[in-house]
Ligand binder design. Structure first.
Ligand code: C2E
Ligand code: MG
Ligand code: MG
Length: 748
């Protein structure tokens, strides 16, 4: 080893070995002590980090002539260094230093951070470690510069502390001690600052949290609370500090409840859940609790951090949402959703207990007519009242639900025998048949009920519902205002229905449909110059099918429009022939279902014109209820008929809800009194009076009357006596094929 290196090594040891206080003179030690005292004072006074660092710089400068001190810090990305405190360094110099990238050529500070070790440079003007920022040294006359890395608590390099001199020199032991202390203090101050900031933030969170926060010691005694706790519990700080946590909770939870909670906190280091609290004023309220234990180094719980919020509003909102999803807003009954849930649940418990249950499906008869004629608000009121009556018919353990519209369902728990169910269904029918007094209006409805039994008929929710629906449908077909229990035949019936719909599509194409004609007799003279066309379906397997079995299906499947057009054209051909061969004024009346009016405008009048036939050749039979539904297309078509001379008859008059004003408005030509009134006419004087009244009223309004379903001579005589214009029915003739009808005409 040469002498030269030997000297350098000595210098190295001298420069980089840690400095002991013994290496310093008494005076130097004294100066350092005083320096430390002054800094300590600043720390105690809680001065902020920057102020402390600046003070360190100034004190350093006092201890080292002809030099300036500076603190530079690495940015967050640990890429660049910026001047943090350098009270004596000119601003321009600071500006140029900022953004310094640690590296082998970026001066003493850049190197101290780059190498993570002290860097003492005696001559900045020729040392290669200053090559990138040499101009700075020249411009600001920095001739030597010593820099020490600043380390965080985790020993990570976060910046540098430097002394730059305006003369060439290296630090002696005293200077190095100063540098060590400077960088150390800067490190601590920064660390402290970070902690203070965190503490400050935590305290802000604690204070300003909208959730109540309390800290309890290991024996669950409250030691600290925040403002929100006072607001939520009503207790002031002095009222709860030193008290057990249970001061804020309700006594409705037994001690067992809390024991489990504390156990869970201990085991899982966390617990959260709903707890009922007791407000200072005595009011109970639901809250959401969060408990976290704070453990000391030995793992024992020393504190509990508890926060909670009042969830009354949230629970209310949840409750509203839940109600909306599960209950019918009009009647307050469970809705479909809730009903299915309950049925599911009840089936399970019936299975468990080996018991049974009944599902009822209830549909109000003629509700639509009440709704249409008296208005929707009356309709709504009726539903509300019906719901109340239904609820009164069953026990509290049963469920009454509204599926929608006028459909209700009931679960009768523990009842699976028809005889028990029958009694309840009977009561329901009686209750619903009673008059409804609704906002000064009076309405009558009845109900059709279908029943099915678990477990006998089915065991799944879906099948039970299907069964009950089919049984209800059967009750409707049996004439309404009655109940029906499900039988397996019904399943077949509904299957037949869907098969019929399928086959009906072919019936038109395959020419399976045909018309019969029933004479309409002028009662005064016995003359026949009108006939009603009635459709039949010649089914290849089932034989002749009556309209009662397929018109409704045709309506449901929209086939009615095509079928109706076919009927019309068929009737037009026929009327043309009969006008030519029998009577120039012959008329054929055809039935037109409401659906046909709504589906499309129809071009029947044009068709008549093209055939050169008078509008009067055809009478269109409509039902009363069509007039209630003032659909724009209905109005247009009826007025169109009137203008073209096509006559209009109200079919089955007396069974629907008629409004006389409508009859007048649409220029109705005929009222066809429903068969039910005619058949009762001889035995029930009420119906006789009714018929007479209808006839008189119709005549006053300029309408003619046709009596439907005349079956006896007595009926004919009575009708003649009342002045009824026409009669139609088996007494004169059943509906006939064309050839028979022609023979009938000839006889006539
Ligand atoms: P509607 O228009 O009231 O026709 C009268 C119904 O009463 C016919 O039944 C007829 O056969 C029956 N009838 C006539 N006289 C008597 C009698 O003295 N006693 C009894 N018990 N019944 C009698 P049908 O032919 O079964 O027709 C039933 C319903 O089907 C018709 O009632 C009508 O509303 C509808 N309909 C018939 N043909 C068509 C059609 O082409 N299109 C449409 N949309 N509906 C039709
Ligand atoms: Mg008719
Ligand atoms: Mg009729």
């Amino acid at each position: 080893m040469s002498k030269h290196t030997r000297v350098n090594e000595d210098l190295f040891d001298q420069l980089y070995a840690p400095v002991n206080y013994f290496d310093l003179t008494n005076i130097e030690q004294g100066r350092i002590l005083q320096f430390q005292q002054e800094i300590l004072q600043l720390v105690v006074l809680g001065k902020d980090y920057k102020a402390i660092c600046e003070k360190v710089c100034l004190l350093m400068e006092q201890l080292l002539d002809n030099a300036v001190a500076s603190v530079m810090l690495l940015d967050k990305e640990k890429q660049c260094m910026n001047v943090f405190a350098a009270p004596s360094v000119p601003e321009e110099c600071i500006r140029q230093l900022n953004g310094l990238r640690p590296g082998p050529g970026t001066g003493s500070c850049g190197n101290a951070v780059f190498r993570q070790e002290p860097v003492f440079i005696e001559s900045t003007l020729d040392d290669p470690r200053w090559q990138n920022i040499r101009q700075l040294a020249i411009d600001f006359n920095i001739l030597s510069c010593w820099s020490m890395p600043i380390r965080s608590k985790g020993d990570e390099c976060i910046g540098s502390f430097a002394l730059s001199s305006f003369e060439h020199r290296l630090p002696n032991t005293f200077h190095r001690k100063l540098l060590e202390i400077g960088s150390f203090i800067a490190g601590i101050a920064l660390e402290q600052q970070k902690m203070n900031e965190q503490l400050y933030l935590s305290s802000k969170v604690f204070e300003n949290s909208t959730e109540a926060i309390l800290i309890a010691d290991a024996s669950k005694i409250i030691v600290s609370i925040n403002k929100a706790l006072h607001k939520i519990t009503g207790y002031a700080e002095e009222e709860v500090i030193g008290k057990p946590v249970s001061i804020v909770t309700s006594i409705r939870h037994g001690s067992n409840f809390f024991q489990k909670i504390w156990q869970s906190v201990k085991q899982h280091n966390h617990w959260q859940g709903e707890v009922w609290n007791l407000h200072k004023q005595g009011r109970e309220y639901p809250s959401w609790f969060n408990i976290i234990p704070v453990r000391s180094k030995n793992g024992l719980i020393s504190y509990y951090l508890i926060n909670f919020s009042d969830i009354t509003d949230k629970k209310k909102a949840d409750e509203i949402i839940w109600r909306q999803a599960n209950y019918d807003s009009l009647t307050g009954l469970p809705n479909r959703n809730m009903f299915y849930e309950r049925l599911n649940h009840d089936i399970k418990s019936a299975t468990r207990n080996g018991t049974g249950l009944t599902v009822l499906f209830i549909d109000l008869d003629r509700f639509k007519e009440v709704n249409d004629s008296l208005g929707h608000s009356v309709g709504d009121a009726l539903l509300v009242e019906a719901a109340k009556r239904l609820t009164r018919c069953v026990r509290e353990t049963d469920t009454v639900a509204r599926l929608g519209g006028d459909e209700f369902t009931i679960i009768l728990n523990g009842i699976s025998e028809p005889y028990q169910t029958e009694k309840i269904m009977h009561t329901i029918l009686l209750e619903l048949a009673k008059p409804f007094y609704l906002n000064t209006k009076l309405a009558y409805v009845s109900a059709s009920i279908g029943a099915t039994f678990f477990p006998d008929d089915a065991s799944s929710v879906e099948l039970l519902m299907k069964n009950a629906d089919q049984a209800m449908y059967a009750a409707k077909n049996n004439g309404r205002n009655c109940w029906n229990c499900f039988t397996s035949n019904m399943r077949t019936a509904s299957e037949v229905r869907s098969k019929t719909a399928y086959e009906l599509r072919n019936a038109l194409k395959e020419e399976q449909l045909f018309l019969l004609y029933q004479p309409i007799v002028e009662l005064k003279t016995g003359n026949v110059y009108k006939a009603e066309a009635l459709i039949r379906w010649q089914h290849p397997e089932r034989g002749t099918i009556y309209p009662g079995e397929f018109i409704a299906i045709a309506e449901e499947t929209n086939l009615i429009t095509d079928i109706g057009d076919w009927v019309f054209k068929q009737a037009v051909n026929q009327v043309a022939l009969w006008q030519a061969n029998f009577n120039a004024g012959f008329q054929i009346s055809i039935n037109k279902s409401p659906k046909q009016f709504i589906d499309k405008m129809g071009d029947w009048v044009n068709h008549l014109n093209e055939r050169g036939l008078d509008g009067q050749s055809i009478i269109v039979e409509i039902t009363e209820n069509l007039l209630l539904d003032v659909h724009e297309l209905v109005v247009k078509q009826l007025l169109n008929y009137r203008d073209a001379g096509v006559q209009v008859a109200i079919d089955d008059f007396g069974t629907g809800y008629s409004s006389l004003s409508y009859l007048k408005k649409f220029d109705i030509d005929y009222l066809k009194i429903d068969r039910s009134f005619i058949s009762n006419m001889d035995s029930q004087s009420n119906d006789r009076i009714l018929c007479e009244a209808v006839i008189t009223m119709a005549h006053r309004l300029g309408m003619k009357v046709i009596a439907e379903g005349v079956e006896t001579d007595l009926q004919q005589q009575l009708l003649i006596a009342m002045g009824c214009d026409y009669g139609q029915g088996n007494f004169f003739s059943k509906p006939m094929m064309v050839d028979k009808f022609e023979a009938f005409l000839q006889q006539n």
